[in-house]
Design a protein around this ligand. Structure first.
Ligand SMILES: Cc1cc2nc3c(=O)[nH]c(=O)nc-3n(C[C@H](O)[C@H](O)[C@H](O)COP(=O)(O)OP(=O)(O)OC[C@H]3O[C@@H](n4cnc5c(N)ncnc54)[C@H](O)[C@@H]3O)c2cc1C
Length: 414
């Protein structure tokens, strides 16, 4: 078969593929963990996924579980500390304002995270709950309430007095409303990404630590990617899921669409013997200027400002927090969580976002390379969707039919 004809056939919808034999899921008699979704044993298409973060790692795993020959490439490795997914913790909640499609995806992802935690046999989830604070019933808070109601997600609305009674470790001054989503979770993010890549390899996927650049093109398709050592890797389809690196890889297409600001993440020590702000005694919290989590694994109380540097280079910029953000966070804590006033920073991280203007993801075909998918633009909320969005991206990469409304929402040309 002529090479181009083969490539086109291979990336056609899977309905055309050969019949495959299934390996059923197996329960480990010792750990009780299960092997998860069965893997087809006859490879059908070869796919290279570039980037082993929340978007790429899960995509590679799903593609492998669908039976394809998948190579996952990452410049620094799964869960690395430069990656946006390489931070210690990320939350999952369904409260999403009026963005019903994301709320629905988060709801499905919650179920999937529980299933995968069991499959991987690694403790990944902390049932924290999430408390959204606001001075008043803003339109966004009302929209969240409506969305949670539509999806039958349990929540509880509280007044200042309720907050004072329920959480005496917090000073609710200035906050007229608290919306608690008790089902929200904190995910051990770095551990999760390591577990995803291990499952991928256990199921027959190939992981390589190397940077990849788009290589040769032929007739509107990408033939191969160039690796660090100068070698090339050819495949039928490619998924570039490079998070904050996407604008560097495709500057003409993405530099104006994805901004990469830096964000400090601070952990403050709890007073000796005082566990009131530790998991499970306090939920995740958010208000306009700050959000964070109770102390998990003794790490400290997490405080994240919603402001930071405008532009961050994920390869070369130093991960050192700013003295200004520390000063501001201390002033905030002294007012909202008085027991933490004067407590030291026990850990810190500097992370970066990959923001689109409307905070919708970008998941679409490259306009000039028909067999290339671009997946990213997590915009501060992508991690939680990993197990669901990975399946979605895998299907898109293979030309399968997906939810038209979601396709439209995450298209490049918007
Ligand atoms: C401070 C902060 C808090 C957040 N909180 C939450 C939260 O609570 N809940 C939530 O759902 N989301 C949250 N997010 C957002 C979420 O973390 C991101 O949306 C998500 O992790 C992005 O995943 P990604 O796979 O797109 O990118 P990344 O995780 O950055 O992965 C990209 C990978 O590609 C690799 N790579 C890059 N270029 C190349 C190349 N050329 N060749 C090979 N490999 C390459 C990198 O090494 C990296 O591993 C938060 C983000 C930040 C910054």
């Amino acid at each position: 078969m002529h090479r181009r004809t083969f490539l086109q056939a291979a990336s056609a919808p899977l309905g055309l593929a050969a019949v495959n034999r299934f390996v059923p899921p197996v329960t480990d008699p010792v750990s009780g963990s299960v092997s998860g979704p069965a893997v087809h044993t006859t490879p059908r298409a070869s796919v290279v996924v570039i980037g082993a973060g929340a978007f790429g790692g899960w995509t590679a795993l799903h593609l492998r579980e669908m039976g394809h020959a998948v190579t996952l490439l990452d410049a620094y490795g799964p869960g690395n500390s430069r990656a946006t997914s390489g931070d210690e913790t990320r939350q999952i909640r369904c409260g999403y304002g009026d963005r019903l499609l994301y709320a629905r995806s988060a709801q499905r992802a919650m179920v999937a995270w529980h299933e995968r935690e069991r499959e991987f046999g690694v403790s990944l989830l902390n049932p924290t709950g999430r408390l959204q604070l606001a001075p008043d019933w803003t339109p966004s808070l009302r929209a969240t309430q409506a969305t949670l109601t539509t999806l039958a997600v349990p929540f509880e609305a509280m007044t200042t007095d309720d907050l004072r009674r329920r959480y005496p470790q917090m000073n609710p001054e200035g906050m007229g409303v608290g919306l608690l989503e008790p089902g929200a979770l904190v995910i051990r993010a770095k551990q999760a990404m390591l577990a995803v890549s291990q499952a991928f390899q256990r199921k027959g996927g190939t992981l390589r630590i190397s940077r990849a650049q788009p290589g040769t093109t032929d007739g509107g398709r990408l033939v191969d990617v160039r690796l660090d050592d100068g070698s090339r890797l050819a495949a039928d389809s490619f998924v570039f899921a490079c998070g904050p690196w996407l604008p560097k890889l495709f500057p003409a297409l993405l530099r104006s669409r994805i901004q990469v600001p830096g964000r400090d993440v601070l952990y403050f020590g709890l007073p000796s013997g005082d566990q009131r702000l530790a998991f499970p005694n306090f939920p995740n919290y958010s208000e306009e200027r700050y959000y964070g989590f109770a102390s998990i694994d003794g790490r400290g109380f997490k405080v994240c400002p919603t402001t930071g540097t405008n532009s961050f280079d994920p390869d070369v910029d130093e991960r050192i927090i700013s003295a200004t953000e520390v000063r501001r966070a201390r002033a905030y804590l002294a007012q909202r969580f008085p027991s933490l006033a004067g407590q030291p920073i026990t850990e810190s991280r500097v992370c970066q976002l990959e923001n689109t203007a409307d905070e919708h993801f970008i998941i679409d075909r490259h306009p000039e390379m028909a067999n290339v998918m671009i997946a990213g633009g997590g915009s501060g909320h992508g991690f939680k969707h990993g197990p669901v969005i990975g399946n979605y991206i895998a299907k898109r990469a293979l030309g399968e039919t997906t939810d038209g409304d979601f396709d439209h929402m995450v298209r490049l040309a918007r």
